[in-house]
Design a protein around this ligand. Structure first.
Ligand code: AMP
Length: 401
């Protein structure tokens, strides 16, 4: 079964074609600057092998249709990894916000389009791009089953006490204002991969997954189901991220409006694009921050301290939520590669049964690695995430059901 996974944004489309017989990636690519003067498509054949090849196309890409057609020509053309479009068996779409309607991956039909349109006000930066990509692929592949896999779906099992904001109830009823959580595909995948290395069914595991990438979030999974998460109605709440603030006092908008004359739009941009690590020290890549700390940059040290302190606070609160915890698991760009961030995120938690082994922790993981001491009551792991593979697996499961 060949499954194409698509992540269609407002001005970019990322794709990967999997051969699901062995879950290998046949090709992958990124189309960027859709709608701008000059667009670009970078296509890779067999990207994870030593036979990897790269093809770049630079030309105006006015819309998603032109971009997707360019990619399809490379995937299915004369030199493509498949010889014909008909060899693609299923298509999976990553959707950031599924609102309250979608609690599981779902086969695309007209009703799915309508429901996702309704959610646009909750994710105005993401969902229109997803819908544009879905329209193009349903036109190009009318006979191929297409599945939407929502970042919010995994967290639809949160209990009311975890997802409700303490706001007038009418706002929930009228506008669906509640916490949704994001990175769900990653948290679900990593929790399941962790259960495998723990040697137990996920339904018997309590796991805290700590996704630290450019975006950062944490989820508490109890007996296989998400019961709390750090992100909220948007992916801004919670942990400190590359350019996003995470938790701030909700009075901040009013304060900046009154005292600095900032509009709501300006505060929104400030919190999403100019805050987080970048806001504190001018850098949002953790590798640059470590290099700057080495050179004595105090603001870089402060940014690292604020980020890891916030992560530790959330770990502590999710330990309280779960009571018993089998494993705390780090994943994504920072979580998989950064021993210092991992160590600082759990330092001082020994009394809660969390003991990191500094030698084991000194790793960059492409496979699951245990990083806790033998006598740690809670196991610590690094487990690589793979959201595209997770979407491909979910897509196949829906198509086969
Ligand atoms: P992601 O969003 O999961 O792709 O993660 C991207 C982020 O991971 C980058 O912005 C970096 O901050 C971080 N990152 C990637 N590689 C490393 C590394 N070797 N050490 C520390 N941080 C890394």
């Amino acid at each position: 079964m060949k499954t194409l996974v698509i992540n269609s944004g407002s001005s970019s489309i990322k794709y990967q074609l999997f051969d699901m017989t062995d879950e290998s990636v046949l090709c992958s690519g990124v189309i960027e600057r859709i709608g701008e003067k000059e667009g670009v498509l970078n296509h890779k054949i067999a990207p994870d092998t030593d036979k990897a090849e790269k093809v770049s196309v630079e030309q105006p890409i006015p819309d998603h249709e032109v971009g997707m057609n360019l990619a399809i020509d490379l995937i299915c053309g004369e030199n493509g990894v498949v010889k014909d479009k008909s060899e693609i068996d299923a298509i999976g779409h990553r959707i950031v916000h599924g609102g309250e309607k979608f609690s599981k991956p779902t086969l695309v039909d007209e009703n799915v389009f309508k429901e996702l349109e309704k959610v646009v006000p909750l994710a105005p930066l993401h969902n229109p791009g997803h819908l544009a990509g879905m329209r193009v692929t349903t036109d190009l592949f009318p006979d191929v089953p297409q599945v939407v896999v929502m970042d919010t779906a995994y967290h639809q099992t949160l209990p009311e006490k975890a997802y409700m904001y303490a706001l007038p109830y009418e706002l929930y009823k009228e506008m669906s204002i509640r916490r949704y959580g994001f990175h769900g595909t990653s948290h679900k995948f990593v929790a399941r991969e962790t259960a495998k290395v723990l040697g137990k069914p996920v339904e018997e595991c309590n796991i805290i997954t700590v996704h630290l990438g450019n975006g950062c979030s944490m989820t508490a999974t109890e007996k296989g189901k998400a019961v709390d998460t750090s992100m909220g109605i948007t992916p801004l709440e919670g942990l400190v991220m590359g350019t996003r603030s995470g938790d701030v006092d909700p009075a901040l908008h009013a304060l900046l409006g009154r005292n600095k004359g900032m509009s709501l739009e300006e505060v929104d941009t400030l919190l999403n694009k100019e805050s987080g690590l970048k806001g504190m020290c001018g850098m949002n890549d953790m590798r640059d921050i470590h290099a700057a700390i080495e050179e004595g940059n105090e603001r870089a040290e402060m940014a690292l301290a604020v980020q890891t302190y916030r992560t530790k606070k959330y770990i502590g609160s999710f330990m309280a939520v779960l009571g018993h915890v089998d494993a705390i698991v780090f994943t994504a760009g920072i979580g998989e590669n950064d021993a210092i961030v991992r160590e600082r995120s759990v330092e001082g938690l020994e009394a809660l049964g969390v003991k990191i082994d500094k030698e084991l922790n000194d790793c960059r993981a492409s496979e699951p690695v245990k990083i806790s001491t033998e006598d740690s009551a809670v196991e610590l792991w690094v487990v690589p995430t793979n959201e595209e593979l997770a979407i491909a697996r979910d897509t196949l499961a829906v198509v086969k059901s």
